[in-house]
Write a protein that binds this ligand. Structure first.
Ligand SMILES: Nc1ncnc2c1ncn2[C@@H]1O[C@H](COP(=O)(O)OP(=O)(O)O)[C@@H](O)[C@H]1O
Ligand SMILES: [Mg+2]
Length: 165
């Protein structure tokens, strides 16, 4: 397991930009963590890296907001959904496979309804003001994205990396 420490909001944002540069059609990035942990900050960095024009806002009340960019950004927030079946109502699986990139806040909410390949970033409020991010994945694509993303941000002075067991 890899855990990152992000020193400030800019580190969170820039790490999102760096991830976006690696993203390809149908990639899925699940974000989890308490309110205020940094999920939307990170998603905004991804949007910038995908060359999305305009402002990306939190999709909490809309569940899904989609933006054109180098690849279409599908920005989900599953916070308000109650059951896995709700995913079918919003055509979750259809959107995930529609050729864009999907970033899903509270994306591990339904453990019985995870995609085959994903990168899962769990944001935690640290003791101090910084944030910690645990890096998990599933599938070959998820593993490759995780490795390449960590490598891409490893040398930044505002990112610290711990490799655990
Ligand atoms: N690495 C960080 N260190 C300190 N503060 C951060 C960090 N990343 C984000 N923040 C700040 O945390 C606050 C909440 O972030 P936000 O992205 O809205 O969280 P979430 O979407 O998880 O609720 C914002 O003020 C943001 O600037
Ligand atoms: Mg948010």
């Amino acid at each position: 397991v890899t855990t990152l420490t992000l020193a400030n909001p800019q580190a969170t944002h820039t790490s999102g930009v760096a991830l976006a540069e690696l993203l390809e059609p149908n990639d899925v990035v699940l974000l989890t963590g308490d309110l205020g942990a940094g999920k939307t900050t990170f998603a905004k960095g991804i949007a910038e890296g995908l060359e999305v024009a305009g402002t990306v806002t939190s999709p909490t009340f809309n569940i899904l907001l989609a933006y054109p960019g180098r690849l279409t950004l599908n920005h989900f927030d599953l916070y308000r959904l109650e059951r896995p079946a709700d995913l079918d109502d919003i055509d979750y699986w259809g959107v995930l496979g529609s050729g864009g990139v999907s970033v899903v806040e509270w994306g591990d909410k339904f453990t019985e309804a995870l995609p085959d390949d994903y990168l899962l970033l769990s944001f935690e409020l640290d003791d101090g003001i910084q944030r910690r991010v645990r890096v998990d994945w599933a599938g070959i694509r998820g593993e490759s994205l995780a490795a390449r993303w960590v490598e891409a941000i490893a040398r930044r002075s505002d990112v610290r990396i711990e490799e655990g067991s």
